[in-house]
Structures are given as structure tokens and as C-alpha cells.
Design a protein around this ligand. Sequence first.
Ligand code: F6R
Length: 617
Amino acid sequence: MCGIVGYIGPREAYPIIIEGLKRLEYRGYDSAGIALFDGTDLKVSKTKGKVADLEDRSDKEISKTGNVGIGHTRWATHGVPNDVNSHPHLSNSGDLVIIHNGIIENYESLKQELISRGYTFKSDTDTEVLINLIEDVKKKENVKLGKAVQIALNQVIGAYAIAVFDKNKPEEVVVARLGSPLAIGIGENEDEFFIASDASPFLEYTKNAVYLEDEEMAVIRFHKGIKIRKIHDDSLVDTYVQELQINLEQIEKGGYDHFMLKEIHEQPKAIKDTYRGRLRRNDAIIKMAGVEDNMKKFLNANRIIIVACGTSWHAGLVAEYIFEDLARIPVEVEYASEFRYRNPVIREDDVLIAISQSGETADTLAAIKLAKSKGAFVFGVCNVVGSSIARESDAGAYTHAGPEIGVASTKAFTTQITVLTLIALRLARAKGTISSSDFRQHLLELEMIPKKVEKALESDENIKKISAVYKDVSNFLYLGRGYNFPVALEGALKLKEISYIHAEGYPAAEMKHGPIALIDENMPIVVIATKKGHYEKVVSNIQEIKSRKGKIIGIVTEGDVQVKQLADHVIEVPETLESLSPLLTTIPLQLLSYHIAVMLDKNVDQPRNLAKSVTVE
Ligand code: F6R
């Protein structure tokens, strides 16, 4: 986690870095800092809090001029969020300065070694250890900064994206990555360079970027360009410049109060973008290159193992229902963090699907590496193009949701379900486990989903009113059955994340095995009760809640009569196939959590303690 930004070139670095950090705040936001070389000296300003706090502080502390600089927005790992632990960190001499995203796992032994040689430390961070290690190597070996960084990194165990410079040689910035993303924007005529955790900080300046691969470092020299080499064996790497496909509009709020709300409303388009070109209804086919090219692997699979975390794990659970239901392939869904540490049985004829919005989640990445080492075929479902998981997978399919900036995942979830549905349908067709008419009906219904999501979004005012009634409660229950059980989990997670209200998701029928004890007149229970999803059984569950005086918020199919008579509130969604219903029932749950969080005055886009991309385990 953490966001890093840097600049070297003819412009003033301060505004570029500050605006860049604001765009990367989704990665961490408990403290922020900046280091600038102002022509004669190094100026550092850093503070606990957000980038806005850093602006206030640097107004008072530093001159804000200079053409070289680095900045950081932090999600604490080692050391509590405070001013001292904030990045950038200086070496003991005050000459070298660093920003770091990641974790140096062996920092304690390195620190003891440095202390024994007279180094002192101000902060509790692993990063301050790294910059002093670099300084120590530089002095001991009498080498240039690039070489010192390389030697130091070879002693390090852990993950990093770093940017380092020396105030005595400010025309050069050294960057390196292992396990944390790092992009370098290249200005026109190669006379300026931007460094960032992703391309968003430099989109208005250049569309040309180089993404460092793991175990690569680059020395960036003003007017002289970039030299990339492998950290471990020193071999030079060709500089591969990519043209960026995203634009500024996609990463701005576009008139919405929050990114989350914008992203909820983007779902009709995002879902359409996800199936565009893949779903060809007129020809009654689904074509996805990653699946076509590996059809044999899928068809001969002993089973599919899905690994993911958080919301992506919930999308995996929906996929389990759809793969087993339509394609009759056994599926297991695992938390990546558990899977990687529990010595799982993985066979060469297993297919592992890794789902990740960011494509950087450390546990999911580790699960992929484990599966690959056992010979399984790995298929990645990611949103961020070129991300680590996308690259590490044997094949994959992007979700094409566009940048998701709100920390709480919304459009990533529905587009992941869309991709997984397309895959399941394609495999079902190839295996002959779905009839031609059922297949066509699925394609037709899938194409109607964007319009139906738009319709579901029209319940916004109703949901706002319901939110006002329940915003002050301490607990919520979410119940669903079948395809909508994972949606109940997702609804509960959304509420927890952004409103800090405790919420639990349960399969509706499990209620009587424990959670029913919680129900009294103060407990709101969101029940997903769509027409085709074991409707009568869910209605019975609602009766059980009613007789214990629980407050019922029913998510129902348009025109529903039965639940309306029992529930305290209902929110309608359009009718669709049961297998596609999660794409619609999720929408009101996203809006409910959004409105409650806004009414409670919570920071919707940057909820406490969270970060968008979890690059630590
Ligand atoms: C919830 C949320 C997280 C992520 C999880 C996995 O709203 O955003 O639970 O879903 O951290 O992240 P990715 O999908 O990037 O691997």
C-alpha cells in the first residue's frame, strides 16, 4: 500500500507531487510527506494526516520550489502513523532521501547491524533502515547511488517500490520495485520524468509510461534518460514504453460528491464495456481470447479453484454457483490468505482463477505463485491492466471497469461477476451442459443488464429515506440464499467498511442456527428475496424474523406483493434470470451503505484503516 510520486524535469515539482499524491490517496492516507531539492538544499515536510494536512504544513515549513522531488502517502505497517514515521526518510548524513511502498521483512536484523556501526534511528520504520543501509553501502563500497541501491536491495527480504535521491547529485533519481507497482512517465523529448505507484499522477503531462517489472531498478537522469537493469544479476533491460489508455476524465469525480457514488452509477457502462466484443448475441457466441486459447485446460480441469480477497472473494462465491450450475465443473473458493498457508492439495489438472481488482493484492499474488509451482494453470481476472497478477497469470481476462478509486469496491464487483459469467457460459456451451435456447436467453438477458442496473439505480431516493431511518443502529443483518447469499456478504462488507456499523451476512436458512438470537425490534435485517431465488423459502425466513419483531428491508423483484405485505420497507429491482440477479440486487445494497455513511458524515472514499490495494500480507 502507500502511494509514491516523484518528479525530475524543468517544471516546479511541488504542485505535480501534491496533486499526484491526492490521486494516490486511495492507496493509504494516514500520513503524507514531500522532499524537494530547491537548487541548493533538500527541504522535507511531512505530517500525520492527509495530503491536505501536508499542504498546510508545507505552506509554513518549506519554500516549495525545486525541480526534483519525491512524495509519499502512507498506510502504516511499521510504526504508528505520526510525523516522525511519515515518509520521506533521510539517511543519517542527511544526504540521501527515500520514499517506500512495501515492507522490508528483515529490517530488524539490518537495523541491529547498522546500530552496531554507529547509525541512529529517529523513526520506527523499516524504510529508515533501508535508506541507511544504502548510505552505508555507498560509503563502504565507494560506489554511485544506483550501485549502492542495488547492493542494498540484494540484502533485503521483502517488498518495495522505492524512489531515492542524493541532495549532492539531484539530477538523478533511482527507483526500484519488487512486489509493489512502479510506473515512470516519460515527458515529451524525454526531458522530464514522473514516478508514481500508478499512472494517474502524470496523465495530464504524458501518455508514455514504462512499468518496471519485479526485480528491476532504474536510474533516471535529467536530460539523459532512463537505464533499467535487473537488481539481482545487473543485466540491462530494454526500456519498453507503453501508451496509456486511460484519460483524466476517468479518474475525476465528474460532478459526483464521491468517487464511490460515481462508480456505483458507472456500473451500466462498466458492465457493457466488460461484455463488449465478447458477447455476440447475433451469432450466439461468446469469445474471450484467454479462454479460447486455453479451452483444453478448462475442459480437462479436475476442478476450478478460485482465490481472492474481500469483495473479489464474494465475486468468486457468485462464480462458484454459476460455474457449477451452468458448466457443471466443481469449484472451490478460497481466501487467498488461507490458501497460501494451508498446504493445499493442488494438481496439475486444476485450474486456478485469481480475482483481483487491483491485481496487486499480496495474498492473491502469493496464491498464484504457489499454484504455478504445483503445475496448475492460472487464469487471472483483474481490472488494472498490466498489474502484477495479470502478468503473473498464464492467461486471463480483464474486467474493463475503468479506474476504481473509491476504496470500497463497487463496479469492480459487478464487472468481475460479468466476466466470470461469460466464462461459465462459454464453458457450458463447449461442454454441452447448457441448451442452445438457455444459452441464447442468457446472452439476451446479459445484454439487458445495463438498462436494468439503470432502473435499479432509480431507487436512490427510496434508499435514502430508508437510510435515514436506520443510520444510527449498531448492527445489521443481511440474508440471501443461493446466488444471493454472496450478495448478502457483500452488502454487509460495504456497510462495515464505510459506515463502521457492524453487519453480518448469512445464508437466509442459517439464521435459525444462531443469528436469530440477535433479532429484536432494534435489528434491521436486509433480506434479498427476488422472485426466482427460492422465493417461498425466503418468505418463510421473513415470517420468522417478523415474529421476532425484527425490522425487514426486502430487496424484491418489481411488482412483488407477498414480501411487501410483510416487510417494513422494500426496494425493487427489475426481474432477470436468477443466475444474473446478483448484478441487480447488489446495487441497492451499495446505495444503502453509501447513504448511511454520508449521513453519518464518514469519509466514504477513504474509510479509516483501509487502503485500496493491499500489497502487504
Ligand atoms: C472491499 C474491498 C476489498 C478488496 C480486497 C481485494 O470493498 O475493496 O475487500 O476487494 O482488498 O482487493 P483486490 O480485488 O484489488 O485484490
